[in-house]
Design a protein around this ligand. Structure first.
Ligand code: ADP
Length: 263
């Protein structure tokens, strides 16, 4: 019976989700059709003013719709995990250029790598894309500027959280924490933030997939994601990934080579 209930809940979630996408997509399509209709009337009357404006509006809406479907496809074709021993400090340091370009000039970037950081075991490409997604969310939360901090540390989960998650025991984790000094999240937003397609951003700007993909990645890697946020003060999102014990993997990726490999 419990399985049936879960199945029913899943179906309801899928229904809500497809309904939401269809709604967003339809809104964008309405924009395209409306602009093309106006354009056609102008042309039929041989008028040329505003023609370019209507064409541009149609292209903009169509591009947003295309972006929506692309991200949807990327989501459903979620890449398989390819876990390796990863030095998160090195991975984050390697993203500095990209992060600076992403957040722009009005946001300061601070990167604090823990000394003696454990290696973690995860798919480095998915960790990169998680960090990039978190940085984009942080940027969006700081339209008037602020500070984005990316920090690593060796960590354990607190006992209360472990009990609440019904996880067995406590383990060692590498934590990547992305903090902003932006708008913060209301409790209702925090409660739904991991739901696929939940977004508070305007149509065409947010897909609501970022945090749900990060959550999926963390869980598949046997890790966790936690949100700490306060309205008006900012947000910290902590991604916990399991500590990698044992030998480093074959030198197939620079990300996989730990700093102390020469020991
Ligand atoms: P999207 O960014 O496309 O909306 P996400 O799943 O990444 O999708 O985020 C869901 C929602 O969580 C966002 O719409 C926003 O309301 C909230 N959120 C996520 N990150 C932050 C942040 N750093 N600061 C404030 N709100 C955030």
């Amino acid at each position: 019976a419990e399985e049936q209930l879960r199945q029913a809940q899943k179906m309801e979630a899928v229904g809500q989700l497809t309904g939401g996408i269809a709604h967003d997509f339809n809104n964008l399509l309405t924009g395209v059709i409306g602009s093309l209709d106006l354009l056609q009337r102008r042309l039929a009357r041989g008028e040329t003013d505003k023609v370019e404006r209507y064409a541009t509006a149609a292209i903009t809406s169509a591009n947003r719709a295309a972006a929506l479907t692309h991200r949807l496809l990327a989501f459903s074709r979620r890449q398989p995990l390819d876990p390796k021993a990863v030095d998160a400090n090195r991975l984050v340091a390697g993203m500095e250029e990209l992060l600076r370009r992403t957040i722009g000039e009005s946001i300061a970037l601070e990167m604090v790598g823990a000394v003696g950081l454990w290696r973690t075991r995860c798919d480095p490409h998915q960790l990169e894309s998680a960090i990039l997604n978190l940085a984009i969310n942080a940027r969006d939360a700081m339209p008037d500027g602020g500070t984005l901090t990316i920090e690593t540390c060796n960590a354990q989960l607190d006992a209360a959280y472990v009990a609440q998650q019904r996880e067995v025991g406590a383990g060692d984790y590498v934590c990547v924490c992305v903090t902003d000094t932006g708008a913060g999240m209301a409790p209702e937003t925090i409660a739904r933030a991991f739901e696929p397609f939940f977004t508070t951003k305007p149509i065409g700007q947010g897909t609501g997939l970022g945090l749900s993909m990060i959550y999926g990645f963390a869980r598949q890697s046997e890790g966790h994601v936690r949100i700490y946020s306060e309205l008006g003060r900012g947000t910290a999102i902590k991604v916990y990934l399991p500590r990698h014990h044992g030998e480093a993997d074959a030198p197939d990726a620079i990300l996989a080579v730990p700093d102390d490999a020469h020991r």
